[in-house]
Design a protein around this ligand. Structure first.
Ligand code: KIV
Ligand code: ZN
Length: 518
């Protein structure tokens, strides 16, 4: 049997740090459910002291996960952070506190303004302090990729002696070359006494496009945990992509003497879910989960694949859940068929919720002849987004054309249940619709990006719009909307971004400390 490599998912913490990717607790719970279904080993659910929202997410995910995986909360090497994480993790059956501090010259001298001795003392104190609360304490040596190796060995030795169960070696700035990073891991494995009783974890970033290569070098040299995010979401160029690591370990498990327990056929669904919830589109040529990952366009390639799939395909699309839907529902499909298909896709509803779901399905089926899995996923996720709405778009009517003045009439309900009917003109139908929305909502967002794509093929496909708006606080908020009418999708996406901006700002208003983490 090969070595088991634990998959530590940090989509909900490091991934969420991508500009515009912030999620509320309900959205995090939906993603956590999918991570559990995929059988990841650890979910880093948030940074509890950073906001009441993060605190609640860690609490709720701890409750949701039960025995199925470890739930982890991030802290700085600061007592009050650790107290707060411990409080949030009380609901978890398998809690872990992830604590640590910077160990590179840049972090020690410029950010922390400490001496090396002080860094070691703080590392020891933080691990011991966290151990009062939980047995499982992970120590991170932030920016280990640029640290002096002798000093790194010294800090890690101190953390191991203090009782850390997991030692996380991050290449925080994605600076290292894979071979050199691997050598760092090997040198820790060879020189730190007692590290053989701990898990060595690698946490790499993609600034030079090498995050996955760095993580795999870590595994080759002794790491048995990889920290990663769905779609490689994360600060700047992102973190190591979970789907890439998992599939690389599946394809090269024998050479690397390693395997994971992740259910790979859930990877595509996880990717779509995270993309929809965060509003961060996945590039078409993204490895494993991009729209073109299994597309063959040139004649020579198509000919080769038709003769033998493995001529140009190293992965069977079905292995990552990308084989496409075989079951197609229509307006003639009854309650039972819809319920059954949704359950197969992992969505279950109480009876009182299901009627509403079925009505929405019928509306879509009336507009499109065939309803594919992707349509159902979009429909369910759209509904989940509505649950947390501050403003709800009830109706939209737009007239436009040449030489008409584009005019939109929108009906919007606010969170107090007050219905507003507003009318506005604009330079085009989307502009008119957005101006009508602006008349009702109390906040303003500057549109920075607008993208539209068809969810399935055909002229009657559902059009999904993603927008990114900049709030007056200078932050980016994203939103999505889906409908067979693309102007309605556009308006829904804008209202969704506004809702996310308001709920995030409300959650942040109660923030206890302003902190920045990589
Ligand atoms: O990149 C990093 O160093 C981190 C740590 C906080 C683990 O995200
Ligand atoms: Zn990170």
């Amino acid at each position: 049997m090969t070595r088991k490599i634990a998959i530590f998912d940090t989509t909900l913490r490091d991934g969420e740090q991508s500009p515009g990717a912030s999620m509320n607790t309900e959205e995090k719970l939906i993603i956590a459910q999918q991570l559990i279904r995929m059988n990841v080993d650890v979910i880093e659910a948030g940074f509890p002291i950073s906001s009441p929202g993060d605190f609640r997410s860690v609490q709720e995910i701890g409750r949701l996960a039960g025995d199925s995986c470890v739930v982890c909360g991030l802290t700085r090497a600061v007592d009050k952070d650790i107290d707060r994480a411990a409080q949030a993790l009380k609901t978890a059956k398998r809690p872990r506190i992830h604590t640590g501090l910077g160990v590179s010259p840049q972090h020690i001298h410029e950010k922390l303004r400490l001496t090396e001795d002080q860094v070691v003392e703080r590392a020891i104190h933080a691990v011991k302090y966290a151990k009062q609360y939980v047995d499982d304490v992970e120590f991170y040596a932030e920016d280990a990729g640029r640290a002096d190796q002798d000093f790194l060995i010294r800090v890690v030795q101190a953390a191991v002696n203090a009782g850390a169960t997991v030692i996380n070696i991050p290449d925080t700035t994605g600076y290292q070359l894979p071979e050199d990073f691997g050598a760092r891991i090997k040198s820790l494995a060879d020189n730190v006494i007692g590290i053989e009783n701990c898990t060595i974890s690698v946490h790499t970033h993609n600034d030079l496009g090498m995050a996955t290569a760095l993580a795999l070098e870590g595994v080759k040299n002794g790491a048995t945990q990889v920290e990663c995010t769905i779609n490689g979401l994360g600060e700047r160029a992102g973190n190591t992509a979970l789907e890439e690591v998992v599939m690389a370990l599946k394809m090269h498990g024998d050479e690397l003497n390693a395997h994971t327990d992740v259910v790979t056929r859930e990877l595509t669904r996880a990717s779509r879910l995270v993309s929809r919830i965060t509003g961060m589109n996945v590039q078409a040529n993204k490895a494993i989960v991009g729209a073109n990952a299994f597309a063959h366009s040139s004649g020579i390639h198509q000919d080769g694949v038709l003769k033998a799939r493995d001529t140009y395909e190293i992965i069977d699309p079905a292995d990552v859940g990308a084989a496409g839907s075989e079951i197609v529902l229509s307006a003639r499909s009854g309650h039972a068929a819809l319920r059954h298909r949704l359950a197969e896709l992992g969505y279950t509803f109480r009876d009182d919720e299901f009627d509403d779901v079925y009505q929405r399905f019928l509306e879509i089926a009336d507009q499109k002849k065939e309803v594919f899995d992707e349509d159902l996923e979009s429909m369910v996720q759209e509904r989940q987004r509505e649950v947390t709405a501050v403003y709800t778009l009830n109706a939209l009517q737009v007239t436009c054309g040449d030489p008409l003045v584009p005019t939109a009439t929108a009906t919007i309900t606010d969170e107090l249940g007050v219905k507003h009917v507003v009318c506005s003109t604009g330079t085009g139908p989307v502009d008119a619709a957005y101006k009508a929305v602006d008349e009702v909502v109390a906040v303003h967002g500057d549109l920075q990006e607008f993208a539209i794509k068809a969810i399935t093929r055909g002229i009657d496909a559902i059009g999904e719009v993603t927008v990114r708006i900049e709030g007056q606080d200078g932050r980016i908020y994203s939103g999505r909307g889906a409908d067979t009418d693309i102007i309605v999708s556009s308006a829904k996406a804008y209202v969704n971004a506004i809702n996310r901006m308001i709920t995030t700002q409300r959650s942040r208003d109660g923030k206890e400390v302003a902190v920045a983490q990589e």
